[in-house]
Design a protein around this ligand. Sequence first.
Ligand code: HEC
Ligand code: HEC
Length: 266
Amino acid sequence: MNSTRLLFIALILAFSESLLARSFAEQQEVGDGDLPISGYFFMGEQVRALQDDDFLNPGMFAVERGYEIWSSAEGGKGQSCESCHGDAAESMRGVAARYPVYDRESAGLVNLEGRINEMRTEYMDASEYPLESDDMLSLSAFVAFQSRGMPMQVDNSGEAQRFWKEGRKFYLERRGQLDLACSQCHDGLAGSRLRGDTISQGHVNGFPFYRLQWRAMGSRHRMFRWCNWAVRAESFELGSPEYLSLELYVAWKGNGLPVEAPAVRP
Ligand code: HEC
Ligand code: HEC
């Protein structure tokens, strides 16, 4: 066992007891210990207050910028998202709650970011947004925001099933120098402290979110990279098949949680 791993375990033990008690109290707060618990309930009052107030929530800047993009024409066909989809509050309501989905054309999974880029290239004759660019984060935040409060309802049946299985395998596999699986932190240690953070159940219902540590918006895949890095494991590309399958599994695991985008996290 190397020293980093020992230090890590010592940290967990030092902080876990009091905080585990807190997480049980919070389970009661949401009413049912068997339901998934949003990351919202693992953070302090101050961060919750930021998320709850649209005037204070820093993620709302991205949503506003996303609305500008939604309604601006771009690309060779002179179209905007709005030209085809009209009022996003209607046409995009519930969409983010269902993603990622199986896509017949590519015979693979597509997440919201992937769908947005497909719209730009195929329907608008515009270039793809780089993943994690301000424009992509803003437009995906705007689309996800239209589903706020709706329960996550990701489908893992049919063609999606084999990707879901891959995602679950990834989630349960130990990896990195610290030899830890996603499940060991987010199921086993939820409620305990890791450095400055309280470990949540690792759900994706708040994305894209504003992470105070990053002072920036971030996507689900950026968070996966961070978590892989936290255990000194290999990380995958944003938008990679590995992360798409993982995203499907994690999103499905949180089915029933309300979409919180744009969430604020410490
Ligand atoms: C020329 C018309 C057109 C434009 C412009 C367009 N879309 Fe679409 N969009 C469609 C059509 C048609 C579909 C359904 C078929 C498909 O998915 O290809 C669709 C599907 C979607 C979906 C998936 C909905 C679901 O239920 O799964 C999303 C999300 C979406 N569009 C967002 C956007 C965004 C964001 C933009 C701007 C970047 C945009 N669209 C631009 C025509 C358009
Ligand atoms: C060493 C423990 C650890 C491991 C292993 C780990 N994470 Fe995390 N994860 C964290 C911490 C700490 C945070 C930040 C606090 C929080 O939101 O849980 C976090 C946050 C997250 C979040 C954001 C949750 C929210 O509510 O916004 C997601 C999603 C996530 N992790 C997914 C994963 C996935 C998928 C894996 C496996 C690839 C993984 N994590 C592995 C520690 C871990």
